[in-house]
Design a protein around this ligand. Sequence first.
Ligand code: ASP
Length: 324
Amino acid sequence: MMQNLPLKTVVLGTGGTIAGLAANPAKSFNYTAAQVDVVDLIADLSTNTASTLVTEQVAQVDSKDMTHALWHTLALRCVYWLAQDDVQAIVITHGTDTLEETAFFLQTLLKPKKPVVLTCAMRPANAPDADGPQNLRDALVVAAHPSASGVVVVCAGAVHSARDVQKVHAWRLDAFSSGGAGHLALLQAGVLQPLGSFHQGHVATASAAALADLSRWPAPAAWPRVEIVWSHAGAHPGALQALLAQGVQGIVLAGTGNGRVHEALLPTLRQAQAAGVRVVVATRCADPQLLLADDAPPEFPDAGGLSPVKARIALLLELLATHV
Ligand code: ASP
């Protein structure tokens, strides 16, 4: 019987500052990310989680260098572990730089029923005031919570949805925000104070069925090319034209304000869309919700309130779904 199996929480290490080391711990802003194995991060942690912790080092990278190939590997490891009856949750240690992208990629692709909790740190593991251990403890608390489900991010005592979370600060410990959408829950002294349901049914559902069998995906090097182009004062269409010449398949236009596009970019953008390149308009505003007109269809589809980097992932997965 299933209920007799001892439950496991699997902690997947990918690197980041949480696994970083400073040459001089007293000057912990000067450090190298991705040095400490996840098994050692867990060994140093005092935690009283009821489940057995299993660790796996999936990668050891500074997440500024995250690749599609590593996302593919990580997704495959999540699929493997989530399919085990005795695994109740996954915790992923990750760098902060692209954490919101990995979280959104995994949620949009896998839509896991079990919790997948990404956590991180802003200070390296050997800093005297390292924040990683408490973030990891908090992540394990969230992973064990009966109403936790889907991919969430835990940092500095807050639980964020994969859809809304963004890194908003370069050095503060509380570096993440979910903007106007707000966080899902808070942790006070390691105890969870839920604000509502953990469920994230609002994350885009397109592509999921077609992409379910990851083994049928093309190699990451052959994934569709989707790029972000910014609209800004003094915009010039040259970069956009170069992308078209290189055969880009999708463009996320990070527009100003309510997803507005500089007039200098419009002709090339129209030309791209007419040529079959998928164009989606997001906003470069930190809080990416858009106010949509309900009277006429927009010239370019909008990103549905996703930030430009997440709109890029959503479009990438949508295009990928047509290749498998
Ligand atoms: N560059 C680091 C990373 O993203 C930053 C961090 O983890 O805070 O891996």
